[in-house]
Design a protein around this ligand. Structure first.
Ligand SMILES: [Fe+2]
Length: 200
C-alpha cells in the first residue's frame, strides 16, 4: 500500500543571490553608515538594541539601484503567481544596523503583498538567522510527538543570512531575527512591497 503525501497551501520564501554583490555591498555599506551618522537615533520599531532608519530609502536616489532590484524581483515573483498584468509595484525600504547583542522581535507586515530583506554585511552564522513562525500555528491543537521536526511538523524555520542574498516572503508571515552573537554589525535593508492596479 502506497501512501502519497501531497503538499497543499505551501508557504514560500524566495531568495536570490546577486552576482555583483561585492561591489554593490561596498557602495551600500558606505551609504548606510553615512545615513546613520546623519540621524544617530533612528526610529524605534521591532529592533532591539539596533539602529533602524526611517522607511524612506525608496525616495533616496543613492539607493535607486537596490530599489529597482527589489521591485523587479517582486514583479517577477508576482508574475510567477499569476498576478494581473496591469499592476504597479510600490515599496518602502529601511536600513537595519544590528550591532553585537541586537535582535528583532517577531512581527509581520500588514498592508503589503511581499516583505523581504537584503543582506549587505554580516558574519554568519554567529550573527543569527532570520526565522519564520508556522502560519498554521493558530489552528494547531497539539504539538506533534516527534523526535525530529520535518517540514510538516516544524513550528519555526531558521534561514541563515548571507551577504549579497535577498529573501522575499509574504508580508503576513511572522518572522524575527536572532540575537547577533558575532563581533560585527549585521547590516541589512528590509522592505515591504504592495502591488496595486495602475491608476487610469
Ligand atoms: Fe520584518
Amino acid at each position: 500500500m502506497q501512501i502519497i503525501p501531497q503538499s497543499i497551501f505551501p508557504s514560500l520564501v524566495w531568495t536570490t543571490l546577486f552576482d555583483d554583490r561585492e561591489s554593490l555591498n561596498a557602495r551600500l555599506l558606505e551609504l548606510v553608515y553615512q545615513l546613520r551618522n546623519q540621524d544617530p537615533s533612528g526610529v524605534a520599531n521591532t529592533n532591539v538594541r539596533g539602529w533602524q532608519s526611517p522607511n524612506n530609502l525608496q525616495n533616496l536616489p543613492e539607493f535607486e539601484e537596490l530599489n529597482r532590484r527589489i521591485l523587479q524581483i517582486c514583479a517577477r515573483i508576482g508574475e510567477s503567481q499569476n498576478f494581473r498584468p496591469d499592476l504597479v509595484f510600490q515599496h518602502q525600504a529601511w536600513i537595519n544596523i544590528s550591532p553585537p547583542g541586537a535582535s528583532n522581535k517577531i512581527h509581520y507586515h500588514a498592508n503589503c503583498h511581499f516583505s523581504g530583506v537584503y543582506y549587505i554585511s554580516l558574519k554568519a552564522p554567529e550573527c543569527g538567522s532570520i526565522f519564520f513562525r508556522d502560519p498554521r500555528v493558530a489552528s494547531r491543537m497539539f504539538t506533534y510527538p516527534t523526535t525530529q521536526p520535518t517540514e510538516f511538523t516544524t513550528e519555526e524555520v531558521y534561514m541563515p543570512p548571507e551577504e549579497g542574498r535577498m529573501y522575499v516572503f509574504p508580508g503576513w508571515m511572522e518572522h524575527g531575527v536572532e540575537e547577533n552573537r558575532s563581533d560585527r554589525d549585521r547590516v541589512s535593508i528590509a522592505f515591504n512591497v504592495l502591488a496595486s492596479p495602475r491608476p487610469r
